[in-house]
Unconditional design. Structure first.
Length: 245
C-alpha cells in the first residue's frame, strides 16, 4: 500500500465512525414515514452496521443483508443481520423474489455495473407495495468529483441526476413518494480533499491522522449549513413498487 492509499484508508476509517449511527437512524426514520416493514434487505451492507442501527427504530423488522464479500457473513455472526446473502443483487434476485417489503441502496447504485438492471432486480425482490430507498451523490457536487478520483471505492461510476432517476423508476413500475436533498448530505468533502493532498506528500504521513480528524470535525460543523445549499452532495429517493408492476 503506497502513501496515497494509506492516507485514503485513514480518511475512510475516520469517515466511517463520524456520525454514521445518526445517519443510519435518520434513514430508518425516513422509511418509517411510509411503511413499517416486516422484512428489509440492505444492499451492499458490508458488516451490517446499518441494519444494526435501523433495528433500534424498527424493532419488529427482520433485517437481512446482501454483499459480494464475506463481510455480510461476519455481520450475521455478529447478530447485525438475520440472514446473509453473499453475491450480487441481479444474480440473487430470482431466489429472493417477492420476499421483502423494504430495500435500501446507500451509495451503491452509482457504482453498480448497470443501474437499470439493479432497479429491475430490486423490483423483483420487493413485494407489491414494497418500498425502495436509494441514496446517491449529486452529480455536479464536489463530493461526486472526489468519488470520481477512484480512491474511495474503485469501479464504475455513474452520474445519476435526480430527474433521470425519477424517470427511470417511474418507467420501471415504481411511484416516487419522497425525495430529499438535505438529510443525505455526507460531511466528507474537506476530509476527502485533504486526504488526496496528504497522499501526495510522503513527509505528511505522521500528521495525516490528526489533520484528517480535524477536517472531519470541520465537515460535521459545516454540515447543517452546507446541506441547505446547492453544495449538498447527496440525495435520497424513496419509491414504492406499484402492485401491477
Amino acid at each position: 500500500m503506497d502513501a496515497a492509499q494509506a492516507t485514503a484508508a485513514q480518511a475512510e476509517k475516520i469517515f466511517a465512525v463520524t456520525g454514521s449511527a445518526r445517519r443510519h437512524q435518520a434513514r430508518a426514520r425516513a422509511m418509517g414515514r411510509f411503511i413499517e416493514p416486516e422484512s428489509w434487505l440492505d444492499i451492499d451492507t458490508g458488516h451490517g452496521h446499518f441494519p444494526a442501527v435501523a433495528r433500534e427504530v424498527h424493532p419488529y423488522t427482520a433485517f437481512d443483508g446482501l454483499d459480494p464479500t464475506t463481510r455480510v457473513e461476519d455481520g450475521r455472526r455478529a447478530g447485525r443481520v438475520e440472514e446473509a446473502h453473499r453475491g450480487l443483487l441481479a444474480d440473487l434476485a430470482p431466489k429472493l423474489a417477492g420476499r421483502y417489503d423494504a430495500l435500501s441502496m446507500f451509495h451503491y447504485l452509482e457504482r453498480s455495473a448497470d443501474p437499470r438492471i439493479e432497479l429491475i432486480a430490486a423490483r423483483t425482490v420487493l413485494r407489491p407495495g414494497g418500498h425502495l430507498m436509494i441514496e446517491v451523490p449529486v452529480p455536479q457536487s464536489r463530493y461526486a468529483r472526489v468519488l470520481d478520483l477512484g480512491w474511495i471505492r474503485p469501479g464504475p461510476y455513474h452520474r445519476i441526476p435526480l430527474a433521470d432517476l425519477r424517470r427511470e423508476l417511474e418507467g420501471l413500475g415504481y411511484t416516487v413518494v419522497a425525495t430529499d436533498r438535505r438529510e443525505p448530505h455526507i460531511p466528507f468533502v474537506l476530509t476527502a480533499r485533504l486526504a488526496v493532498v496528504l497522499g501526495r506528500i510522503r513527509a505528511a504521513a505522521r500528521l495525516a491522522v490528526p489533520l484528517l480528524a480535524a477536517a472531519a470535525l470541520a465537515d460535521r460543523a459545516l454540515a447543517p449549513l452546507v446541506s441547505r445549499t446547492r453544495f449538498s452532495n447527496a440525495y435520497r429517493v424513496i419509491a414504492r413498487r406499484n402492485p401491477d408492476s
